[in-house]
Design a binder for this molecule. Structure first.
Ligand SMILES: [Zn+2]
Length: 417
């Protein structure tokens, strides 16, 4: 309350100064707002110029937008999905994201041939900003080959055959020789990062020889350090799909940058405390994808479901306590990270401020580590959501979006559903 009063006094002082100095043509002041700053809301104006927040007197703006006491937060983000990157339903998916206040999306595998014709529909002020990792690296018979082939049969990949899905929607890398041979091709598709698949790598030898594990295996764990080295040499970060706690260990040890899942989507898995500490020390980000266990097939076995859920809670607590930065991602193509955040909220591990961070700044900086985003401060990209109520008091306020501003541009209300 005291902070709010001081901020209000400062605001009045600013208005008293109005009229001194010439207005800047490109400068917009958003006034009468409460701005999220370090987990509290502060009453102050935001001034935007050239797509950035600037440290300027609101009186010098050429235009003023009165936000009537709205609560301003950084935009939301989806760190793991596959619902963008092909023409099918593309505009609907973009509109849905913007409508939910989600401005940043990580598409952690896609088919470049389907993505190329619509790449211009992303990364503009009026669309989402997205990264695309293209086809990931797996082993013979590994994930996602089976999934890709079944989606092909369902008609999702027009113009493709089983043969042409290979070395495009995924790359089989069984050896260093394969890696060397295929690397120019992988890089030739210009991925925004390298996706690798680790699935029960503790059983790699056994599963690799057994066709019964088609789609339920991944890379030889001994190859991962070399893949990471090549990717880093090219300035590309590595995102690892993991299933087991051992996969998590392999990924962290090998030096990957982002772990795309919590382990334990089929059976409970517990991350080792030492691996969580090493992940924190190395700055490895972890994408939650916890809502994946809510699929009906996984809920059917109630005992297993509850055990997986309990392990998720332990893993999330361990990662948080260890200082690992977590980013919201659902990996559910019919949904968005809104579903993931609802689920995380129900787990009770995070308070509202932490949820806003996992969904907002922490997620955005996981996808775009070199950009200044996720904070409503001078020098940062001028993107924010104006909420009709206080999300720290009631998280449902995140559904009550009055205004969306991206790169300094107010998005049309049409993007609200
Ligand atoms: Zn995925």
């Amino acid at each position: 309350m005291r902070i709010a009063a001081i901020a209000l006094a400062a605001l009045s002082a600013v208005y008293a100064a109005r009229g001194t100095g010439a207005a800047r043509a490109d400068r917009v002041a958003f006034i009468n707002a409460r701005v999220l700053d370090d987990s509290t809301f502060v009453e102050r104006a935001l001034v935007v110029e050239g797509g950035r927040f600037v440290d300027a007197d609101p009186a010098t703006a050429s235009r003023t937008v009165d936000l009537s006491g709205a609560f301003l937060v950084p935009p939301f983000c989806e760190a793991h999905n596959h619902n963008l990157g092909s023409a099918d339903g593309n505009q609907e998916a973009i509109d849905r994201y913007l409508s939910e206040g989600i401005f940043y999306v990580g598409v952690l595998s896609n088919l470049p041939a389907l993505t190329d014709p619509i790449r211009h529909t992303y990364n503009t002020p009026r669309s989402v900003d997205a990264i695309f990792l293209n086809g990931g690296l797996t082993a013979t018979g590994g994930h996602p080959i089976r999934l890709r082939e079944s989606l092909l049969e369902r008609g999702l990949y027009p113009g493709f055959t089983r043969e042409s899905l290979a070395d495009h929607s995924y790359f089989v890398v069984d050896s260093v020789t394969d890696l060397n041979r295929k690397w120019p091709q992988i890089i030739g598709f210009r991925p925004d990062g390298i996706k690798i698949f680790l699935l029960w790598s503790e059983e790699f030898q056994r599963r690799q020889r057994d066709t019964a594990y088609f789609g339920q295996k991944g890379l030889d764990p001994t190859l991962v350090p070399q893949i990471v080295e090549r990717a880093h040499g090219q300035g590309l970060r590595v995102f690892a799909h993991v299933e087991s706690a051992h996969d998590f260990h392999v990924a962290v040890e090998a030096g990957v940058d982002v772990i795309a899942h919590l382990p334990g989507n089929d059976a409970p898995a517990r991350i080792a405390a030492a691996d969580a500490r090493l992940a924190a020390a190395r700055g490895v980000r972890v994408i939650t994808t916890a809502v994946l266990i809510e699929r009906p097939a996984r809920k059917r076995d109630t005992t297993n479901y509850l055990a997986m859920r309990a392990a998720q809670v332990e893993n999330l607590q361990l990662l948080r306590q260890s200082g690992v930065v977590l980013a919201a991602g659902s990996d559910e193509t019919r949904q968005t990270s809104t579903a993931e955040i609802d689920y995380l909220r129900a787990l009770g591990v995070f308070n509202n401020a932490a949820l806003l961070d996992v969904w907002g700044a922490a997620c955005a900086s996981t996808l775009f580590p070199k950009r200044k985003l996720g904070k409503l401060r001078p020098g940062y990209e001028a993107s924010f959501l104006a909420l009709g109520a206080d999300p720290l008091a009631d998280f449902a306020a995140t559904r009550n979006i009055r205004l969306r501003v991206k790169d300094g541009v107010e998005l049309p209300a049409a993007s609200a559903r």
